[in-house]
Design a protein around this ligand. Structure first.
Ligand code: ATP
Ligand code: MG
Length: 338
């Protein structure tokens, strides 16, 4: 290929706004220029590329940051299949048992000491499965790991891949893995149980087997320093061979009374709200038991909003609102109704 062909590609991808192909073509031109002894030109191009990529992390969405939800809306449907993001979450955002926290800390430590472990010929744990009921922090925990390890994360929604790109599932997965490992991103496979659904969607019964085999292979050849996190609320839907591939299997449970209190504290940590009657809290916590972290937090936030709207001693100037415990209690009861 001549220099002009690379330039034509660059023009086309630039005009089509296809950033990933544009960057690929630029890299090819840089390589070509190095090989044809146009070293200064290659270095100049390389530094332009580096500067621009550093300045415009446009393909990255920061979870926990203010622009996250707007960015979510801007995504095109096709991109629903995978999204790349950075996270500003830390362990402070996650309420879990000491055991879970310790497992996550050890996992991070292994990753950070990978070279040392490999020198001892020890395997580095890099595949982790989060399972447990909905709304108990599986997705949140993946953001926390990405934030704590300061690594970008590619989120693969297996549910979306499986239902929309039937027949291409294996190819898509391989593509995502290749890209993510090359970019040193964490791969997060959400709705991992959707693999079981391939059977329902597909007329082709080989499809399910192919996808499972692809995942097994991708896992087996995963570089030691890459990380895969998978999450499911139906781990019983998963193939045994798949389950065995994970180095770590972490269960996220519904909150007990202590953790419900921790969640209340976390939700109210900005200091802008307080309860009208603290003595009612133990009864409220008992009512909340059996609900997920998500439901407890959601009803609390709704109670806060209703209390503000009902002008329940809301003090706009000092930005302080009093939460009606009765409203929250009522919402919790409604949430618990089947
Ligand atoms: N353990 C937790 N600690 C603190 N907040 C939590 C926890 N679990 C859930 N939440 C709150 O609920 C929201 C939803 O939780 P999350 O998305 O992590 O649930 P999930 O386990 O992935 O559920 P699903 O199986 O439905 O995907 C979180 O963004 C957070 O606000
Ligand atoms: Mg989730």
């Amino acid at each position: 290929m001549s220099q002009f062909n690379y330039i034509k590609d660059i023009a086309r991808y630039g005009l089509e706004n296809d950033q990933s192909k544009l960057v690929d073509s630029l890299n090819e031109l840089i390589e070509y220029s190095k090989n044809t002894k146009k070293l200064t030109f290659a270095l100049q191009l390389q530094s332009i590329l580096k500067d621009t990529v550093n300045k415009q992390p446009r393909t990255l969405t920061r979870v926990g940051g203010q622009d996250y939800y707007t960015k979510m809306d801007e995504r095109e449907v096709g991109e629903l299949i995978f999204e790349k993001l950075t996270s500003s979450y830390s362990f402070e955002n996650l309420i879990c048992s000491e055991d879970v926290k310790e497992s996550l800390h050890f996992f991070m430590r292994e990753h950070n000491s990978a070279d040392m472990l490999l020198n001892y010929d020890l395997p580095v744990s890099n595949k982790i499965l989060f399972h447990g009921p909905s709304g108990c922090g599986k997705t949140l925990a993946s953001y926390v790991l990405a934030g704590e390890l300061a690594k970008p994360m590619v989120v693969v929604n297996l549910g979306a891949i499986v239902s929309s790109k039937l027949g291409e599932t294996s190819k898509n997965l391989a593509k995502v893995f290749r890209k993510a490992t090359a970019e040193d991103s964490i791969i997060f496979i959400d709705e991992f149980d959707s693999l079981g659904k391939v059977r329902d969607y597909s007329q082709d019964h080989g499809e399910m087997k192919r996808v499972v085999n692809t995942i097994l292979q991708l896992f087996d050849y995963l570089p030691s320093k890459s990380i895969v996190i998978a999450a499911t609320n139906q781990s019983d839907m998963l193939d045994d061979a798949l389950l065995r591939r994970f180095d770590l299997n972490i269960q996220f449970d519904l909150p007990d009374e202590k953790r419900i209190l921790d969640l209340i504290e976390l939700t109210l940590k900005n200091g802008k709200f307080s309860f009208d009657d603290k003595d009612k809290l133990p009864t409220i916590v008992k009512t909340a038991k059996g609900l997920s972290y998500y439901s407890v937090q959601k009803t609390l936030q709704t109670a806060i909003k209703r209390s503000i709207f009902e002008n329940f001693s809301a003090d706009i100037t000092n930005l302080h609102a009093v939460i009606s415990t009765d409203v929250w209690q009522q919402l919790l009861k409604e949430e618990k109704r089947p």
